[in-house]
Design a protein around this ligand. Structure first.
Ligand SMILES: O=P(O)(O)OC[C@H]1O[C@H](OP(=O)(O)OP(=O)(O)O)[C@H](O)[C@@H]1O
Ligand SMILES: O=C(O)c1cc(=O)[nH]c(=O)[nH]1
Ligand SMILES: [Mg+2]
Length: 193
């Protein structure tokens, strides 16, 4: 699948939003990919994640465990694991800190990949690597459906993306006038009370 094919899946379900958005990192953007709308269609999720799994196999070879960070990584993580025929686990935030809970374990020698929906600054991916590195097993890399940094983000390990785009984002204290004029909304779950 090409980047345009992936973006078309977002357009089809009106999930390529325009406005003023507060991203997980706190940065602001006039564009937001509302992945939850895309992943509410199981056949679309299956198609996207099967394509991502092919890229993962080509990059990493054997993969034993896929970890999808909650909330956004849950569905793509599970669906990619299904395509790979491996185990699916997830991390979640506990008092804001990305954590592996619920009795999930990673055995020595198991090769683990983190699958995110979206990567922008890569902070969530790095936090997930840190959470997983407290366990046995080898965290070998990451993947995402859309890389909003167009390949520029360094997550510290190899990163595979199904689509790479260059959507603008800004420091909250340095907004263009057209964004300042629109009230900001925060669609993601980081910091939710
Ligand atoms: O690369 P980053 O700058 O970290 O941004 C990407 C992260 O932002 C979103 O999560 P968010 O924390 O908004 O919550 P969600 O998973 O509930 O959407 C998305 O699911 C990624 O995890
Ligand atoms: O950076 C983010 O938080 C982010 C951007 C985006 O387009 N979609 C999303 O779910 N999160
Ligand atoms: Mg997330």
């Amino acid at each position: 699948m090409k980047t345009e094919d992936v973006l078309n899946e977002f357009r089809k379900v009106d999930a390529l939003l325009e406005g003023h958005f507060i991203l997980s990192s706190g940065r602001r953007s006039p564009v937001f990919l509302q992945k939850a709308l895309v992943f509410s269609h199981p056949e679309t999720s299956e198609k996207l994640c099967a394509a991502l799994a092919e890229k993962l196999k080509a990059q990493f070879g054997q993969i034993d465990v896929v970890c999808g960070p909650a909330v956004g990584g849950l569905i793509p993580g599970y669906e990619t694991a299904r395509a790979l025929g491996c185990r699916a686990i997830f991390t979640e935030r506990q008092d804001g800190k990305m954590t592996l809970r619920r009795g999930f374990d990673i055995k020595k020698g198991e090769r683990v990949v983190v699958v995110e929906d979206i990567v922008t600054t890569g902070l969530s991916m790095r936090e997930t690597f840190d959470a997983l590195n407290l366990f046995d097993g080898d965290v070998i890399g990451g993947a995402c459906v859309v890389d909003r940094s167009n390949g520029k983000t360094d997550v510290g390990l190899p990163l595979v993306s199904l689509a790479a785009v260059d959507f603008p984002d800004y420091d909250a204290n340095d907004l263009p006038t057209e964004l300042e004029a629109i009230p900001a909304i925060k669609p993601g779950s980081r910091g939710l009370k």
